[in-house]
Design a protein around this ligand. Structure first.
Ligand SMILES: Nc1ncnc2c1ncn2[C@@H]1O[C@H](COP(=O)(O)OP(=O)(O)OP(=O)(O)O)[C@@H](O)[C@H]1O
Ligand SMILES: [Mg+2]
Length: 334
């Protein structure tokens, strides 16, 4: 079990309210990602769920029982941090077994649980090593192992991969997703990396200044962002947003079009423009094109390589069925 409900949960530090009252339900077994810019309250929200911070108002309910006053160790949740905080003088085995030893579990039962966790995490061959003899990714797996043996109702991850290099991050991302499939346990995962959010989540919670801007599946957020903030935050490279006369033609204050939904041609199209910087990724090319449509250059994503360079004249055509429209408050128009 691992259903978590927040009812009117709020948090202030002194006189500063960092999380105004919010409601959120996380279903048992769901993989939920909290995403948002630095300082928006992701860690604070996770710590309120874990009980590491007291709420200023509202209630945290875990599996139907009010947990607001329950201390962190009794909530049945396991937290994994960015800095994995392993004990350097203890072997991997002892590090993983640590919470079990603290709970007074017998040696045989400890060994069994550690072996099971090590198998799931591919750490079996490393059990006798010290953390200093492991790679960053392996250390993070030990930290996850220490969480797994507690058999928590939910795992809470706070940017667990941000200390790892890019290649390792991708590897660990897949491992955590696979772990979730195998354990089928609720996971709440905090990141400011929207690619992690898109690829891992069943449900994404987009936060800005402590306020939930939108909750939905990755595709819902990508296809139907509720406002210009979510539109700009989800998707990479980010959605082009155009104001002024071009938007007014569509009865909107702002129109949005993703780089992958603009066709680029050398001969004809809706907006005439000049190619600025191009970014060649091999699989795709991103062109930054200055057009008459907006003051800012528009980003266009073209598949593969295109024989276009700096200063070339091009024509851009947004695909009409992929145009997003927003009103003067930045809210999505249907
Ligand atoms: N103990 C504290 N005392 C006062 N203010 C705090 C405290 N902890 C966090 N804050 C403030 O609360 C806000 C939210 O912080 P939080 O750490 O939750 O952000 P975050 O979304 O996790 O950011 P990041 O992506 O940088 O980790 C910030 O403005 C921060 O300065
Ligand atoms: Mg944080």
């Amino acid at each position: 079990m691992g259903q978590i409900q927040l009812n009117q949960v709020s948090k202030s530090f002194g006189s500063v309210e960092v999380i105004p009252p919010l409601d959120l339900t996380i279903e048992d077994g769901e993989f939920v990602v909290f995403v948002g810019p630095s300082g928006c309250g992701k860690s604070t929200l996770l710590r309120l769920i874990a009980g590491l911070e007291d709420v200023s108002g509202g209630h945290v309910t875990i599996d139907g029982a009010d947990a607001t006053a329950v201390p962190p160790a009794k909530r049945g949740l396991a937290m994994v941090f960015q800095s994995y905080a392993l004990y350097p003088h203890m072997s991997v085995k002892k590090n993983i077994a640590f919470p079990l030893r603290m709970a007074g579990l017998g040696q045989a039962a400890q060994d069994k649980k550690v072996e099971d966790a090590a198998r799931v995490l591919n750490l079996t061959d490393y059990l006798d090593r010290k953390p200093g003899q492991l790679s960053g990714g392996q250390r993070q797996r030990v930290a996850i192992g220490r969480a797994i043996v507690r058999e928590p109702a939910a795992f809470l991850f706070d940017e667990p991969l941000s200390n790892l290099d890019a290649a390792l991050r991708v590897g660990m991302r897949l491992e955590i997703s696979e772990l979730h499939k195998r354990l089928d346990t609720t996971m709440i995962y905090v990141t400011h990396d929207q690619v992690e959010a898109m690829t891992m989540a069943d449900k994404i919670v987009v936060l800005q200044a402590g306020v939930i801007e939108q909750v939905g599946s990755p595709l819902e957020l990508y296809q139907r962002p509720r406002n210009t903030f979510v539109a700009g935050f989800i998707g990479s490279p980010k959605m082009n947003q155009i104001e002024g006369p071009e938007a007014a033609k569509h009865d909107a204050t702002t129109i949005g079009i993703r780089p992958e939904h603009i066709d680029i041609s050398e001969t004809e199209g809706t907006w005439k423009g000049t190619v600025g910087v191009s970014e060649h990724l091999g699989s795709d090319t991103f062109f930054h094109v200055q057009t008459e449509a907006s003051a800012e250059p528009l980003t266009v994503r073209a598949t593969g390589e295109r024989a276009l360079g700096y200063g070339d004249t091009v024509y851009l055509t947004p695909r009409p069925d992929h145009l997003h429209r927003f009103d003067s408050k930045g809210l999505r128009l249907e």
